[in-house]
Design a protein around this ligand. Structure first.
Ligand SMILES: [Zn+2]
Length: 231
């Protein structure tokens, strides 16, 4: 039985050889709770979304903002909605040429290996994975690198951070193996953990990752990524 939760959805999109199955799961996933797709209208949330948007707009007006995006930015580093749009458009402009090069490479690989002449969206996670498996297969062992927390007897309360991960569990008798991407993800989240645990602020509501703007919280985790690259 396959569900549309990410731990079930992603492995199908990445590894299922059956193209029709990938398409069916992709269409079910991208149209869930809407008026489209295999369960069209059955659990359609469109009306609720419209209602939420209207209420958020009303909330923004009551608080003296012109729209909800401005309310959201109040607690973030970005200064204005114009800044956000300029950032996103600039990011798209800079990354599109590289994305086109990568797509052409994957399309070429798929054509040479019995894939479709034109890659569709439901082929995208699968064929890059095949290409990567063809060029590189590097795993790292997870077991043995996790330690029990050591408790400090002190008047201060040590901050606690949990990393909740979706890694594939070990198969009986075999070590737990992580792909390089999974190691990077772990170090990324560990960077958030360090940021949180190294706080010296006395008030929980503004300590650790609670003490910075939502988008600024992504800055310290970069050191985790750099550590992963060095490792
Ligand atoms: Zn992050």
């Amino acid at each position: 039985m396959l569900t549309l939760d990410i731990p079930s959805y992603l492995p199908v999109m990445k590894y299922a050889e059956d193209r029709a199955l990938r398409r069916a799961i992709y269409e079910a996933y991208t149209t869930r709770a809407s008026d489209q797709g295999p369960n069209a209208g059955q659990w359609d949330n469109s009306q609720i979304i419209e209602e939420i948007l209207a209420l958020r707009h009303e909330q923004a007006q009551l608080l003296g903002f012109s729209n909800y995006a401005e309310v959201s930015l109040e607690l973030k580093m970005a200064r204005s909605t114009d800044d956000v749009m300029a950032f996103l458009n600039d990011l798209a402009r800079r990354s599109t040429p590289q994305a086109r090069r990568e797509l052409a490479e994957v399309q070429g690989f798929a054509s040479e290996h019995g894939g479709p002449a034109r890659l569709e969206t439901w082929d995208i996670p699968y064929w890059p994975e095949r290409l990567a498996a063809d060029t590189l297969c590097e795993w790292r062992r997870l077991d043995g690198c996790l330690h029990e927390p050591t408790h400090e007897p002190s008047e201060t309360t040590a901050p606690t951070a949990y990393l909740v991960c979706n890694f594939t569990p070990p198969i009986e008798g075999l070590p737990t193996l992580l792909t390089h991407d999974e190691v990077q993800a772990l170090f990324h989240e560990f960077g958030h953990g360090l940021h949180h645990m190294l706080t010296r602020v006395d008030y929980p509501a503004v300590a650790g990752i609670n003490g910075v703007a939502w988008d600024a919280a992504e800055i310290p985790r970069q050191s985790g990524i750099e550590d992963a690259k060095a490792a």
